[in-house]
Every structure is written in structure tokens, then in C-alpha cells.
Design a binder for this molecule. Structure first.
Ligand code: ADP
Length: 409
């Protein structure tokens, strides 16, 4: 059963053991198929594919990324579960890449030079960039004649002024080794910034906005006139607000203490800060906000503490970014927690009346189409805006490939 409209843009998010994909129609209005291939190279690999309103799951060996890409294409062109007759119907591919360093200030059409520059960024994101690159190489092998675009999580934050992105360390670390604040979740923040402006009916280049991307990873972003001017995650992916399993801001002095006094190795400390801290570390129960909220409700004191800390750290960033921006027009919540937890939004906004934010508790429980959760009288708008990183990648892919085609014509 094939779809009537021709889907042409394939969006790829390739991780070390996962491959996520979505297929968009040219007008970017419809996602005709999406899938997740997980546990690549491990036991129990799974291929999930959703199209025509139903989901198909198969557990099958997927020993490497090449097999994963082949499995994806098999499903996309399958006469039953597929949405295209032939892979040649895909006219552009968009890839997510985590780290573009200071080399990539915006999305780019992929060529050999872009790949070489992306390889130079690997030391800055050794866990994330290599699988992103594998995805690009595989997609180019399977679709050699199709233009491909890469969209970077860091690129949106490249507009931060020097005083916001340079650390107060010896300057050579910045000038010679590129050690600085980069920020992440930029693709989400860019999408939400534009969408929030549209929902407010105001031009994006006239707004001071703080975006709270609250998911498993957390980014608080200060945006002035559509440009990111400060962001809570820094050089690696630890800093800012506590996350599902990551600590967020801690005094770097504790690393030396843990190493020298408690005998922990650097590897142990890194694993602890990355995998055993945050909501999980404090609650001792879970990295999942839903579970921590449920257990706090049931009387778990450490879960309650984790929630208080999460709200407090977020509120401190909102306050400091409102000061950095010199005012605030809109406070926007997005991602899993930001979009779905009214109680966490209420906790965070509790003391923000001084910023002109007054929450409407009914609207906060069930935000309407305009996303507003603040009262009509609230001087500053508070909103919930669902993020869509894949759509942002598809938008960039369409824009850049059309531009390249027009230039070649
Ligand atoms: P990722 O960073 O992996 O993309 P998500 O944006 O999907 O993460 O967010 C995952 C987080 O959202 C988890 O902590 C999850 O518990 C939380 N979440 C999802 N739905 C709800 C909900 N209804 N209430 C509270 N938290 C929720």
C-alpha cells in the first residue's frame, strides 16, 4: 500500500548503537514514515518502523550500521509497510551532527571538505561525532547521487559573544585548543524560538526569550532577536541544570578531592558525573522525571529533594539569563519534561513574579493552541512549545538543497 504523496526528504539521526529516521513530504507537512533501529552491534537488535498508522517491530541481527541502513531502506520501499516504490524517490537527506565546533556556524551541504572538517571536530565530541559521521558515510554510499545536508546541535550557539563563550582560564586554551563554551540542543532551541515567535504573532528579531529545553538532557538558552547569546551547557555536556543522570554545575574542585582524597580514578569520576548523578543520583530511584514525580508524591523525600533542586537550578538560570538579556518577553518550556510536566513548570515559575510572569494554573495544566500558560495580564508570556528537531533538520535540508539546485541551474 503506497502513499499518494511523494515523500522526498529523509532525516537521519545516527548514534553509536541507534539509527533514527523520518521521511517527510516536500511541503514538510507530513511525516510518512519513521523508524528506530536500536542495539546496533549488540544482542537483541530491534527494527521499529511506523507508517500508514501502524507500527512494525522486528527483532533481527543488525551487526553494524551498514546493515541498519539497508534494513531502513528495505522497510521504506517494502510493498506492504513502505511508503515509496524506489529509493530514488528520496531527493535529499538531512543528518544530525552533535558537534560542529567553531568551524560550522550553520547547516552545510555535505561534500568531501565538510566531511574532513567534521572529522577534525571528533576530539571535541568523541562519543557523538563518530557515529554521526558513520551515518553520513553510509547514506552517501547508498544514495550517492542524492544531495545531503548536515545540521549541527552547536551551530545555533555560535552567535554567543566572546564574553559569554570564553572561560576564565589561560587564554591560550581558547585560542590554541578551542576550549570554550559551545552549547548543545541548538537545533531544538532554534526551532522553538521561531515557533514561539510565530505563536506570539511577533517577529523573532524583536524578542528576548529564555528557552528551557527540559528533557533527559537540559539546556537553558538566552536568545535575543533570534540569536543565542548564552546557554547553560558548556564545553562538554555536563554543565548547567542537573539532568537525568548528569550532575549539571558542580565546583571543579570536587574532581580533585574525589581523586586525591577518595581515590577515585578520572574514569570513575567521569562515569559518576555522566551516568550516576542528576535526578538518578539524588533520588536514588530513577533518571525518569515521571517516576521521580510519582515517588515524591508517595512520600519519597529524596525524590522531593531532586524535584526541588531541578526547579531551583532551572529558576536560577532563568533569572541570570533575564539579567543577561536586560529583560524578558517570553519564557518557553519544551522537550519531555518542559512539555509534559505542569507541576515542574509551576515549581520553576513559583518565584518569577518579579520578572512579570504570572502563571494561569488551568492553562498550565492544559496549554491551548497558543501555548500560553501565563495569565492575559502577565507582562511576560510563559509558554509551552513542542520541539521538533527532525523538522528543523528537514527545513534546513530542503532550503539548502533547493538553493544548491538553483545555483547549479
Ligand atoms: P531526550 O533528551 O532523551 O530527547 P525527552 O525530551 O524525551 O528526552 O525527555 C525525557 C524526559 O521527559 C524524562 O525524564 C521523562 O520522564 C520526561 N517526561 C515525559 N513525559 C512526562 C510527563 N508526562 N510528566 C513528567 N515528565 C515527563
Amino acid at each position: 500500500m503506497l502513499a499518494e504523496c511523494s515523500p522526498v526528504i529523509l532525516v537521519i539521526n545516527c548514534g553509536s548503537s541507534t539509527l533514527k529516521y523520518q521521511l517527510y513530504t516536500t511541503d514538510l507537512k507530513v511525516v510518512t514514515a519513521k523508524g528506530l533501529i536500536s542495539k546496533i552491534g549488540e544482542d537483541g537488535s530491534r527494527v521499529e518502523h511506523a507508517a500508514h498508522g501502524s507500527k512494525h517491530v522486528r527483532v533481527m541481527p543488525v551487526p553494524d550500521h551498514h546493515t541498519a541502513f539497508t534494513a531502513m531502506i528495505d522497510r521504506l520501499i517494502d510493498p506492504e509497510v513502505g511508503v515509496i516504490k524506489d529509493i530514488s524517490e528520496v531527493t535529499a537527506v538531512g543528518h544530525r551532527a552533535v558537534h560542529g565546533a567553531d568551524t560550522f556556524v550553520k547547516s552545510s551541504v555535505i561534500n568531501d571538505e565538510v566531511i574532513a572538517k567534521l572529522e577534525e571536530c571528533v576530539p571535541l565530541a568523541p562519543l557523538h561525532n563518530p557515529p554521526n559521521l558513520v551515518g553520513i558515510v553510509e547514506a552517501r554510499k547508498l544514495l550517492p547521487d542524492v544531495p545531503q545536508v548536515v545540521v549541527f546541535d552547536t551551530a545555533f550557539h555560535q552567535t554567543m559573544p566572546e564574553y559569554a563563550h570564553v572561560y576564565a582560564l589561560p587564554y591560550e586554551l581558547y585560542s590554541e585548543h578551542r576550549i570554550r563554551r559551545y552549547g548543545f540542543h541548538g537545533t531544538s532551541c532554534r526551532f522553538v524560538n521561531q515557533r514561539a515567535a510565530d505563536m506570539l504573532g511577533r517577529p523573532v528579531d524583536e524578542l528576548k526569550m529564555v528557552i528551557c529545553h527540559l528533557g533527559n538532557g537540559v539546556t537553558i538558552d538566552a536568545i535575543e532577536n533570534g540569536r543565542s547569546v548564552d546557554t547553560s551547557i558548556g564545553f562538554a555536556t555536563f554543565s548547567g541544570v542537573m539532568m537525568g543522570t548528569r550532575s549539571g554545575d558542580v565546583d571543579p574542585g570536587l574532581i580533585f578531592y574525589l581523586n586525591k582524597q577518595l581515590g577515585m580514578s578520572l574514569g570513575d569520576i567521569e562515569a559518576m558525573l555522566y551516568k550516576r548523578s542528576g535526578l538518578l543520583g539524588v533520588s536514588g530511584i530513577s533518571n525518569d522525571m515521571r517516576e521521580v514525580e510519582e515517588r515524591a508524591e508517595g512520600g519519597c523525600e529524596r525524590c522531593e529533594l531532586a524535584l526541588e533542586m531541578f526547579a531551583y537550578m532551572t529558576r536560577k538560570y532563568i533569572g541570570s539569563y533575564a539579567a543577561a538579556l536586560g529583560g524578558l518577553d517570553a519564557l518557553v518550556f519544551t522537550a519531555g519534561i518542559g512539555e509534559n510536566s505542569p507541576s515542574m513548570r509551576a515549581r520553576i515559575c513559583e518565584k518569577l513574579g518579579f520578572l512579570g510572569i504570572a502563571i494561569d494554573s488551568d492553562a498550565n495544566e492544559a496549554p491551548g493552541d497558543d501555548g500560553r500558560i501565563s495569565t492575559r495580564a502577565s507582562r511576560t508570556a510563559a509558554m509551552v512549545v513542542p520541539t521538533d528537531e527532525e523538522k528543523m533538520i528537514a527545513i534546513d535540508t530542503l532550503r539548502l538543497t533547493e538553493k544548491a539546485r538553483a545555483a547549479a541551474a
